[in-house]
Ligand binder design. Structure first.
Ligand SMILES: Cc1cc2nc3c(=O)[nH]c(=O)nc-3n(C[C@H](O)[C@H](O)[C@H](O)COP(=O)(O)OP(=O)(O)OC[C@H]3O[C@@H](n4cnc5c(N)ncnc54)[C@H](O)[C@@H]3O)c2cc1C
Length: 402
């Protein structure tokens, strides 16, 4: 059977573009299929990217990529009603930057084109089937026959589902809601802040975030889908309350709601099948450990590895040996970090971190800074007892984060 290219990459987000660039740099012919009118058009809003994997792919990205601000300030805030605890850490490492995805993904797609990738926008993959020793990808603009597909079509992994290797269930996901608000951060031009906020999600399991861009802030929260279903909270109303509670005023430039994989190392879906490698969100690669959200660097890292494995498979003239991708991932930062985050992933499934412990912290601090009972352990114990808990259960829960 004759093929249209060596590799079809499905999805032109950070994972797909990285895979395409990495495979094209190895001399493969690559077609990238993206349903949006351009890369980033379906990826509005922003966040914070740890740039290590981007720099491996594009060594001078710091000079050329549309990064917003280096994150130099990490703030953690716990709210309990009208009380709040805030902790700020001034960082030395400038290893992460705020970004606006519409700009970053678009820039990376031009890098892909310059590397020789054939990009096909407005091209939605609608099906996939195995035939002739490869995979035929069906799209709204016709079919592409290839010996190898790199799937980077995001959290709902349509290609894996078309090929029958994946099923979705609600407990595998969080929902993320983001806004970009036009307001100039009160920080020097070369500084930026990342903030995590607990206690402003109406009791839903999850937390909020804020990143400062050059002329705007990206705010939002990520919460477990099942807790939204349980508590019947409207996330569109919650984001309004969240913005007001943070005291942010300005025109809302963008709004988006998106699913986020929440699977942990042990819950990851199949990462490969013969003639198929799955990268980024489609492969469930996300770290949310209560302090940081990381998906972009994992998408770029896994995409880069998939592109390199594609070259190896062509050299072997055997596109079924995609198991090599899994073993290379296991040896990389991608799986090392996802594995390391597994314990906090389990810990964060515990509702006590959202409902009880913020109150304990605030009660202890209230006593610490008031005239009255200053036996802080006793204050903590009393609050825990009200909730039917003891210090041992607190210690046991905290062990998940060690
Ligand atoms: C609210 C929120 C906050 C986040 N904050 C951060 C953060 O601060 N830092 C961080 O590192 N990560 C963050 N993430 C996670 C991060 O956005 C993702 O992990 C990352 O975008 C994954 O990249 P990807 O390329 O795998 O998938 P995506 O970026 O989702 O790209 C998938 C692409 O595939 C295309 N596509 C889908 N279906 C088809 C189809 N059938 N045919 C053709 N094309 C298709 C889509 O249009 C899209 O362009 C956040 C996510 C959310 C939702």
């Amino acid at each position: 059977m004759s093929f249209d290219a060596d590799v079809a990459v499905v999805g032109g987000g950070l994972g797909g573009l990285s895979a395409a660039i990495s495979a094209a740099k190895e001399g493969l012919s690559v077609v990238l299929l993206e349903r949006g009118a351009y890369s980033g058009s379906k990826n509005v809003s922003g966040g914070r990217i740890y740039v290590h994997s981007l720099l491996k792919l594009i060594p001078d990205a710091l000079e050329r990529a549309p990064l917003e601000r280096p994150i130099t300030r990490e703030t953690y805030e716990v709210r309990c009603g009208d009380r709040r605890v805030t902790f700020t850490f001034q960082k030395r490492n400038r290893d992460s930057f705020s970004v606006l995805r519409a700009k970053l993904d678009d820039w990376l797609s031009h890098e892909a084109e310059a590397a020789g990738v054939l990009t096909s926008f407005d091209t939605q993959v609608t099906g996939a089937r195995r035939e002739g020793g490869g995979i035929t990808v069906e799209t709204n603009r016709g079919e592409f026959k290839v010996p190898l597909v790199i799937e980077a079509d995001g959290v709902t992994a349509p290609t894996s589902r078309y090929l029958g290797i994946r099923r979705l269930t609600p407990e595998q996901f969080m929902v993320g809601v983001k806004e970009v608000v036009a307001t100039k951060p009160e920080l020097p031009e070369d500084e930026g802040e990342a903030k995590v906020v607990l206690g402003l999600t109406a009791g839903l399991k999850g937390g909020g975030f804020l990143y400062t861009n050059r002329e705007s802030v990206s705010i939002g929260f990520t919460v477990k889908v099942e807790s939204v279903q349980e508590k019947l909270v409207k996330t569109s109303e919650l984001i309004e309350d969240y913005r007001e509670s943070l005291g942010i005023e300005g025109e809302v430039l963008e709004y988006s709601a998106h699913l986020i994989p929440y699977m942990g190392y042990r819950g990851l879906p199949p990462l490969y099948a013969p003639n198929l490698m799955v990268v980024g969100d489609a492969a469930g690669m996300l770290i949310s450990d209560g302090f940081v959200i990381r998906g972009m660097d994992l998408a770029i890292g896994s995409g880069t590895i998939a592109g390199q494995v594609a070259a190896k498979l062509r050299e072997m003239n055997n596109f079924t040996r995609t198991d090599i991708y899994q073993s290379q991932l296991e040896d990389s930062f991608v799986m090392r970090d996802i594995k390391a985050a597994w314990k906090s992933f389990k810990g964060l499934s515990n509702p006590r971190f959202y409902e009880v412990y913020p109150q304990v912290i605030c009660d202890v601090l209230d006593s610490m800074f008031s005239v009255g009972d200053r036996r802080l352990l006793k204050v903590a114990q009393e609050r825990l007892r009200k909730e039917g808990l003891g210090l041992t259960s607190l210690a046991r829960d905290l062990l998940w984060f060690t």
